[in-house]
Design a protein around this ligand. Structure first.
Ligand code: PLP
Length: 447
């Protein structure tokens, strides 16, 4: 289809466009030209397993004909309606999300992506509670816009600082590196300590000043941190006791990734607002949303909702989402994620037994991470926090050379394939990962 060579695509893309979160000279983008299911190809015809669903977003897999047709049909019918209009696709998707969402999250506000969903969620919390502070966590990412970057705990926040006022960050339950007990296999999450600490922070900040607590239900890029049993329920109780809104960010964890449609279903907790994006359309078109509890939405019956976007409820994005949800249902992709999640967990644990460079593996559904360490006893990472190392760079290169595309970050790599993956494909990809880990094992043996 395309007429450019691989070299031209990369050279001109780099010359004229800015790539995100990177020093431009250091990057070497893949000239991606086509994709299908769990695979994509570069301009030289090389095939890659997409073991990260691009940016943990192409949940249904690439180039699904049903979603493409729905997008084309919508384009033929109505490409755009301004957000004051009511459209058929808006009516249908709004109703469908209200059906799918847990509890009484019955109203939706559509955005262009995850960051804007979080921006609007905290704005709604502030408007409704008339309070100004928001509690977030350190190991988190909530988006790249100013407010969402301020909520973010990881280093992607730094360039946006001092950021928006009123954000207070607390530490996350992270049993491998637990801030309370030191962590490791004996840590059960220290749930009581985390909750006591959160309650103390609420007391010192003044519960009556806090509009919302926002957290990723399962932390994504900051480590696939799965909340220990009782944690989310405890946070819910602290919120209820203090009239604080609980916002769960399921931009990455939502839409089947964890083996349930929404991650919070694992723990039976319903937030006051839930933000979604990525898997909502499987990234076929940009779309995010804030799902809002009925009771909160009712505030805006008589009070103006001071929020808006030119592309709010964009018919093209909504059509993609509606078709994408049909695919999740028709192909039972959430069930597949739950089923293959067990296979993935078993395999990752086998890899851990075999490879001394693996310190920890964590997974839920098809959402997983492998932490590489120099030494299992000290748990020192094979690359520092927010840093790189030769062995991690070598691992990234070996994975790519062998046709595995995934996210390699600091001392971690992820396995987050599209939810349509088969067991055979998953095992084939993991066998390549297994071989590549000899590189990090050698680095550990040397150090
Ligand atoms: N929240 C979480 C948990 C995310 O992982 C991301 C993106 O990676 C965002 C929010 C931001 O979404 P977007 O990039 O669509 O603005």
């Amino acid at each position: 289809m395309g007429s450019m060579s691989a070299e031209e695509i990369v050279r001109l893309s780099k010359q004229y466009t800015l790539f995100e979160w990177s020093a431009q000279a250091a990057i070497n983008p893949i000239p991606m030209t086509k994709a299908e299911g769990v695979f994509f190809w570069d301009a030289n015809g090389k095939r890659y397993f997409d073991f990260n669903s691009q940016l943990m977003c192409t949940n249904i897999g690439h180039q699904d004909k049903r979603v493409i047709k729905a997008i084309k049909d919508q384009a033929d019918t109505l490409c755009y309606a301004n957000p004051y209009m009511a459209t058929e696709v808006r009516a249908k998707l709004g109703q469908k999300l209200a059906e799918l969402a847990p509890g009484d999250l019955k109203k939706v506000f559509f955005t262009n992506g995850g960051a804007e969903a979080n921006e609007n969620a905290i704005k709604i919390a502030k408007m409704v509670t008339k309070r100004s502070k928001v509690i977030a966590r350190f190991r988190s990412y909530h988006g790249g816009t100013s407010g969402a970057a301020s909520l973010t705990g990881d280093p992607r926040r730094w360039a946006a600082e001092p950021g928006i006022p009123g954000v207070i960050r607390v530490l996350d339950p992270y049993s491998y590196r637990c801030p309370f007990c030191g962590g490791g296999p004996s840590c059960n999450g220290c749930v009581d300590k985390h909750l006591k600490y959160l309650e103390d922070v609420v007391m010192y900040e003044g519960g009556h000043n806090i509009a919302a607590i926002i957290m990723e239900t399962v932390t994504g890029t900051n480590g696939i941190l799965i909340p220990p049993e009782g944690y989310l329920k405890g946070v819910r109780e602290i919120c209820d006791k203090n009239g604080i809104m609980m916002i769960l960010d399921e931009v990455m964890a939502g839409f089947g990734r964890t083996g349930k449609m929404f991650a919070c279903e694992h723990w039976g907790v319903v937030p006051d607002m839930m933000t979604v994006a990525k898997g909502l359309t499987s990234a076929y078109l940009p779309l995010g949303a804030v799902l809002i509890k009925d009771k909160i939405a009712r505030h805006f019956e008589d009070n103006v909702f001071y929020g808006g976007l030119t592309y709010n409820s964009h018919p093209m994005g909504l059509a993609a989402a509606l078709a994408c949800i049909d695919v999740y249902e028709q192909d039972k992709l959430v069930e597949n994620a739950a089923k293959l999640g067990k296979v993935l967990a078993k395999k990752l644990n086998e890899l851990k037994d075999k490879h001394p460079s693996i310190g920890d593996v964590r997974s839920i559904g098809l959402f997983s991470i492998v932490e590489l360490v120099k030494d299992r006893k000290t748990r020192e990472g094979l690359a520092p926090f927010n840093g790189h190392s030769q062995p991690m760079n070598d691992l990234r290169k070996a994975l790519l050379d062998n046709g595995i595309y995934t996210f390699v970050r600091w001392n971690n790599f992820f396995v987050n394939p599209p939810l349509c993956i088969t067991e055979e494909q998953l095992l084939e990809g993991l066998a390549i990962v297994d071989k590549c880990l000899e590189i990090t094992d050698r680095a550990v043996a040397k150090s």
